[in-house]
Write a protein of this length. Structure first.
Length: 230
């Protein structure tokens, strides 16, 4: 595992340099990449997204936003031209980062509450919410929102595929047979019920999606920019 993670991290560092050049922005995305690698692997292996990593990332994202802000421009629209020029130059960037954290982290939090109310069980941990707080400070509202959409889409597609593979392969069939002998239902139905409850870590898919948005974000921002960047 360790050589693989080190090799992937090295490739990501090279990709950051090739994408953003030798600049302060590259340093920002190097830190972001390192944080995402830790979260992706930890959530995949342990189903944990450590607070120490997430909250450190939130502080770091806001700090970088002072010099390398998210490409949203939403803050300048909210502040207006006159108020925006009266405030310190770093204010819009920090506001964009803060809005990204609050709105997108809050959106995922609301989704978790809704899932628990509908299904009667936890669908995601609060670690995913804190992870999106962190991602929002780096990518802003639009980047973090796209991360949620793409991450949940990837998780859904792969999750359904994994469930189908587990069911077809006969995963936990002995357990289903024992439960069937106890009169709890048919073997096939029990096997499907067991397989359908298999959970994949959402944080891993959110991290992969964040990488995609990070590297393809400049193209997205050039199409959706709300104000001139020149």
């Amino acid at each position: 595992m360790y050589p693989t993670i080190e090799f992937v991290t090295a490739l990501l560092f090279v990709a950051c340099y090739l994408s953003f050049g030798l600049s302060l922005a590259t340093l920002k995305w190097l830190f972001f990449s390192s944080i995402l690698v830790v979260l992706i692997v930890t959530d995949y292996r342990e189903r944990i997204l450590p607070d120490l990593v997430n909250w450190f990332g939130v502080g770091l994202g806001i700090a970088f936003a002072m010099r390398v802000p998210p490409a949203d421009g939403i803050a300048r629209v909210l502040l207006g031209r006159h108020l925006g020029t009266a405030l310190p130059r770093w204010t819009p960037g920090v506001l964009d980062a803060t809005l990204g954290a609050i709105l997108c982290g809050g959106l995922l939090w609301a989704a978790a509450i809704f899932y628990r109310l509908v299904r009667g069980r936890e669908g995601m941990g609060f670690g995913d919410v804190k992870m999106m707080f962190m991602v929002g400070t780096f990518l802003g509202v639009r980047g973090a929102f796209l991360t949620i959409l793409l991450g949940t889409l990837l998780g859904t597609i792969i999750g359904v595929g994994v469930i189908l593979v587990l069911f077809v392969s006969g995963w936990k069939s002995s357990l289903a047979q024992r439960a069937s002998k106890m009169g709890l239902g048919g073997v096939a139905g029990l096997r499907w019920a067991i397989a359908s409850r298999y959970q994949l870590p959402l944080g891993t898919f959110l991290g992969i999606a964040a990488f995609l948005i990070m590297f393809f974000g400049p193209w997205t921002s050039s199409r959706w920019s709300l104000y001139p960047t020149g």
